[in-house]
Design a protein around this ligand. Structure first.
Ligand code: FAD
Length: 468
């Protein structure tokens, strides 16, 4: 801090939003203190989210890929699964990254204080360490980046066979039969890992379809490929009760897909969403308004109702994604440093890192239909991609949506291997205001899956009668 012990910026929470904000603020010459409850930096994403899930999904994809080679004349033995070692690999990935963050904080002279932070007033935060000792930090500006936690269904009993994503990532054992409550991205990613390692899956979803938010035609491809993993996909169905017995967790359902009898599971994963931590930081003492659900509302400069206090990441709302948090963190830090920054992203991509991957950005076709937006669609089925065929994975497709009048790109969806990497080009095209000719005339390397983006744009051009 400065001479009076005051920091220019206090950042509460060291997830992707918090550490990005802290590092940017330090790079801009401000004195920064970063407060984090846990011993490692990185928040949910690095410790119990994005990164460990991807480490396990990578291993699962290698196993599935090896098995699929039987169709190409190469047969491997069944994999021998050493869970301790796999867990060790995953933990090693995490510590490499969190260690890297600690080094980056040191290099930038960001002060890291470990403990639980609560506001005392608009310029002070108390931090209670693991040892029970409390210290008070004084700040000129603050950035709240306290993130979110998984929602717990109140009627589920306390039992180690009922876990959230954090528990599932611990990978204690592989159950024979697993229930995923909530058919969103997190549940289906974890389900992919467990099923490849040997579990049979059921999934229950309150809404009429899995992976809400993605176009149904993308999800259909994923679902067809993944049908063998599931015994039962229960849609328009709720979990209403569960009983822990010696031989398993017996779960009761209600709704369209509900079995009449309670079903027995070895492991139950709750993945019904995440709730923001806004109510746990004594925000009211700083005068910061928090909604009933625990969100903090901000303007386009990430300012709360208190002008020198900002908020970013999961705690300010959907989509709860790491890349959104990072960009918001940069904006908040830059504004505090006196720059005229705004969060003005046109689009934020979403990716399910399942197999195949499902990725989308901007306007979806379902939204266009619902809102009567006139679009031209360019579709490129991967059955026509040399690379996808050579990979033995031609089930996917690339879809681009263009404004019917201006031919500018409005959105895109991709299902197939590496869809998450491919969607970035579509996001860039939307940010740049590219039209179908810009994308179609860009030379993409052959043979790549990336070509499918250029070819989808060409398909749209071909379908367009009013091009000059
Ligand atoms: P968080 O990462 O939640 O960090 C908040 C930090 O604040 C935490 O470290 C917490 O300990 C700390 N904190 C909270 N309150 C206090 C307090 N009072 N005092 C001190 N410290 C406090 N997103 C993606 O973009 N891609 C993915 O592939 C992806 N996969 C995911 C997989 C799983 C299983 C989960 C659970 C999430 C995944 N997410 C993914 C979402 C992503 O993790 C979040 O969007 C992201 O971590 C949000 O960042 P954040 O900075 O807002 O907060």
């Amino acid at each position: 801090g400065g001479a009076d012990g005051q920091y220019d910026v206090l950042v509460l929470g060291a997830g992707p939003g918090g550490y990005s904000a802290a590092f940017r603020a330090a790079d801009l010459g401000l004195s920064v203190v970063l407060v984090e409850r846990y011993a490692t930096l990185g928040g949910v994403c690095l410790n119990v989210g994005c990164i460990p899930s991807k480490a396990l999904l990578h291993t699962a994809a290698v196993i599935d890929e090896a098995r699929a080679q039987a169709d190409h004349g190469i047969t491997f033995g069944e994999p021998k699964i050493d869970l301790d070692k796999l867990r060790g690999f995953k933990d090693g990935v995490i510590s490499k990254l969190t260690g890297g963050l600690a080094g980056m904080a040191r290099a930038r002279k960001v002060t890291v204080v470990q403990g639980v932070g609560e506001f005392l007033d608009p310029n002070h935060l108390s931090v209670k360490g693991d040892d029970g000792k409390t210290q008070t930090l004084k700040f000129a500006s603050a950035i709240i980046a306290a993130g979110s936690q998984s929602v717990k269904l109140p009627f589920l009993p306390d039992d180690e066979r009922i876990v959230d994503s954090t528990g599932a990532l611990k990978l204690k054992s592989i159950p024979k039969k697993m229930l995923i409550i909530g058919g969103g991205i997190i549940g289906l990613e974890m389900g992919t890992v467990y099923s490849t390692l040997g579990a049979r899956l059921d999934v229950v979803e309150m809404l009429p379809g899995l992976m809400q938010g993605a176009d149904r035609d993308l999800v259909k491809v994923w679902q067809k490929m993944n049908a063998p993993r599931f015994d039962n996909i229960m849609l328009n169905t709720k979990t209403v009760g569960a009983e822990a017995k010696k031989d398993g967790i017996y779960v009761t359902f209600e709704g369209e897909g509900a079995p009449k009898e309670p079903q027995r599971y070895d492991l139950v994963l709750q993945a019904v969403g995440r709730s923001p931590n806004g109510k746990k930081i004594a925000a009211d003492k700083a005068g910061v308004q928090v909604t009933d659900r625990g969100f903090i509302e901000v303007d386009r400069q990430m300012r709360t109702n208190v002008p020198h206090i900002y908020a970013i990441g999961d705690i300010v709302g959907q989509p709860m994604l790491a890349h959104k948090a990072v960009h918001e963190g940069h904006v908040a830090a830059e504004v505090i440093a006196g720059q005229k920054s705004f969060f003005d992203a046109r689009v934020i991509p979403s990716v399910a890192y399942t197999d195949p991957e499902v990725a989308w950005v901007g306007l979806t076709e379902d939204e266009a239909k619902k809102n009567g937006i006139k679009v031209e669609k360019g579709l490129f089925p991967w059955q026509a991609s040399g690379r996808a065929i050579a990979n033995g994975r031609d089930e996917g497709f690339t879809k681009l949506l263009f404004d019917a009048e201006t031919h500018r790109i409005l959105g895109g969806g991709i299902v197939g291997t590496h869809a998450g990497d491919l969607i970035s080009e579509v996001a860039l095209a939307i940010e740049m205001g590219a039209d179908m000719v810009d994308i179609g005339k860009t030379i993409h390397p052959h043979p790549t899956l990336g070509e499918s983006v250029g070819l989808a744009a060409e398909a749209a051009e071909g379908a367009c009668t009013d091009l000059p």
